[in-house]
Design a protein around this ligand. Structure first.
Ligand SMILES: NC(=O)c1ccc[n+]([C@@H]2O[C@H](COP(=O)([O-])OP(=O)(O)OC[C@H]3O[C@@H](n4cnc5c(N)ncnc54)[C@H](O)[C@@H]3O)[C@@H](O)[C@H]2O)c1
Ligand SMILES: [Zn+2]
Length: 302
């Protein structure tokens, strides 16, 4: 394993040895499988949970808490209702776009993403497997209905006319709310504000047990989705890991599986990753400029 930290956001004129080793390995393994995490979307303005020092900065929503109480769902939906406008304004960044270019050129194949923001697809990447689902869809835990998030957002807006100003940063009592979007796509609100929110119910059965179709911490990924990702891993020429700390077993298991088959594992992520010893070349550098440089290198090496 080699690890080399590149400080400059732009890879310098002298080729970095780890960058070159990684680019050459990718080049030797067309159709490389990709695994991405929150780090590829931070340059689009959606924060990650951990950051380069590896410590968790944000307390994410827990599955058990969400399904257990109506109060937890009310809090989630109030915060998420306010954050949705900002979350959906995020645009794919140069990293997402360079990855789509690498795929069009056949350098990489399918992309397994742990992200729930839909930015890979919006950048034109195909064969995206959303391991943890998507915030754009909602399911009813009572009747199983699937509900489009934009539709549910419209229903919430109708039921909560006083909340419209919140999206611009002003609470109903005139106080300012923090405008920082969080990784789950929500915005922190005071308890008193949350209590005034009329939470959404399923338009089909009336239950308040509606949940974004994402895997929260403590939830499990549907078995057939995991099996599909294992099959892709088993058939992969190499695995390229982008912007994930691999602290969650959900992603780490594919790295372990690949390494156990002798499949080379490459990583571009700032800071340490769990399972570091399984990574052949780890480029510790910002993803946007690194992926753009990789796509450029690749097109120059036909
Ligand atoms: N955008 C999203 O959809 C989103 C955002 C946050 C969290 N999540 C969810 O939370 C879980 C968190 O796990 P995770 O491992 O994906 O995230 P994580 O927060 O644990 O790790 C992110 C990693 O990316 C690195 N990173 C951040 N910005 C980077 C950049 N510009 N260039 C290079 N590296 C960068 C960080 O140093 C860190 O190692 C995921 O399962 C995901 O479902 C999703
Ligand atoms: Zn229902």
């Amino acid at each position: 394993m080699d690890v080399y930290a590149v400080r400059s956001p732009i890879l310098g004129r002298v080729p970095d040895p780890v960058f070159t080793a990684l680019a050459e390995t990718l080049h030797a393994h067309p159709g490389t499988l990709v695994l991405t995490g929150a780090g590829i979307s931070t340059e689009s303005g959606i924060p990650d949970y951990r950051g380069p020092d590896g410590t968790r900065r944000v307390q994410p929503m827990e599955h058990g808490e969400f399904v257990a109480t109506s109060a937890a769902r009310q809090r989630y939906w109030a915060r998420s209702f306010v954050g949705w406008g900002r979350f959906t304004q995020a645009e794919p960044n140069v990293g997402h776009e360079a990855l789509a270019r690498l795929q069009r050129a056949g350098r990489v194949g399918a992309v397994i993403t742990q992200n729930v923001d839909g930015l890979h697809q919006r950048a034109g990447t195909r064969e995206v497997i959303e391991l943890h689902g998507s915030l754009a869809e909602v399911t009813c835990l009572a009747c199983g209905a699937r509900i489009d998030r934009d539709f549910l957002q419209a229903l919430m807006a109708e039921a909560n006319p006083g909340f419209a100003a919140l999206a611009t940063g002003t609470a109903p009592d005139g106080s300012q709310v923090t405008s920082q979007i969080r990784p789950d796509g929500d915005i922190v609100l005071a308890d008193a504000v949350v209590e005034g929110f009329v939470q959404p119910v399923c338009p089909y059965c009336g239950s308040d047990r509606v949940k974004p179709d994402v895997v929260f911490f403590g939830g499990s990924v549907p078995k057939e989705r995991v099996e599909r990702c294992f099959a892709l891993t088993d058939a992969a020429p190499a695995l390229l890991v982008l912007g994930t700390s691999l602290q969650v077993m959900s992603g780490l298991r594919f790295v372990r599986r690949a390494a156990s088959h002798g499949i080379p594992v490459l990583a571009i992520t700032r800071g340490p990753v769990r399972g570091q010893e399984l990574v052949t070349h780890h480029l510790d550098a910002p993803l946007g400029s690194s992926l753009a440089a990789l796509a450029n290198w690749s097109s120059n090496h036909g």
